[in-house]
Design a protein around this ligand. Sequence first.
Ligand code: NAD
Length: 335
Amino acid sequence: MKVAINGYGTIGKRVADAVSLQDDMEIVGVTKTRPTIEARMAVEKGFDLYVAIPENRVKFEEAGIPVKGTLDDLLKIADVVVDCTPGKLGVNNLETYRKAGVKAIFQGGEKHEAVGCSFNSLSNYSQNLGVDHTRVVSCNTTGLARTIFPLVKEIGVRKVYATMVRRGTDPNDSKKGPMNAIIPVLKVPSHHGPDLKTVIENIDIDTMAVAVPTTLMHLHCNVVILDRPATSEEVISIWENTPRVKLVDGGEGVISTAQIMEMARDLKRGRSDLNEIAVWRDGVHVVGDTLYYYQAIHQESDVVPENVDCIRAMFRLTEDNLGSILKTNKALGID
Ligand code: NAD
């Protein structure tokens, strides 16, 4: 499949690299709005560059960054566009993609209702088979789906209470904060709970969220009321067999998100990303039918393999989700 990336930023450049590593899809072009260092580096990496705002084309020429054309030109040669523009902007492009006859994937910054469909590789791949437009849910919702869906399948879940401790902003962002504060989301449930319902039907979940001064990862404190009593060992064993969930141990010195990201750096993956959800093995506690656990989300990268699987579902390249998940994981070198 010929894939276009509209919005070559934090998520867009990662999806471009991940798609390039697959044998059943290729990047035909990426867009930038302005001639930044990211635009220059996209060209140096070998991606064809297109201008998202046609009036800005001359600025690229002045900066000596070669462009192949505009977004409209790119859409003419693409089968699918992965829209990675900033949250709430992407959906403005829906009509453009429709008119161009190109399938489109949006990101978690867009509302489910605006797109009409949402995607998570593990929990609702089959609902996305053949669709023209969908949305890969946010990094936090992806993290919740990865660990909660296997519990729904294997044990049964009556109720989830989850608290999201969110990173203030991404490491490359020098404008946002908080720098010295903890900001609670006063609306309860926070948007994460309702969002999970778009990819796991009938899940009963309430969520709260706070933003804290860190850029590395999000951390979730989750309480799950199971359908029956279980043990920590049973739950851990379920997650050991779940793709894109990585058990880490406080006992081995992984006592915070700092050591998780150090582990990711040691793994020598591209950009030191950790596409898997990290769950603390020694933070898993089951008391009767109640499970308590902590998980950490690398916000910049957990949704990246999901975008690859989403392309396969939309074009029915692989009919079953596990086939696509394992293929993507192998190409990216992840668990
Ligand atoms: P970003 O700001 O890092 O990148 C967005 C890119 O889009 C930038 O290159 C920007 O120049 C470009 N852009 C801006 N306006 C544009 C336009 N009109 N047309 C084309 N390109 C335009 O943002 P991001 O963090 O990559 O987020 C993209 C989407 O992914 C959002 O919906 C966001 O909610 C979602 N998401 C972000 C994260 C994260 O932690 N960064 C995690 C999961 C999902």
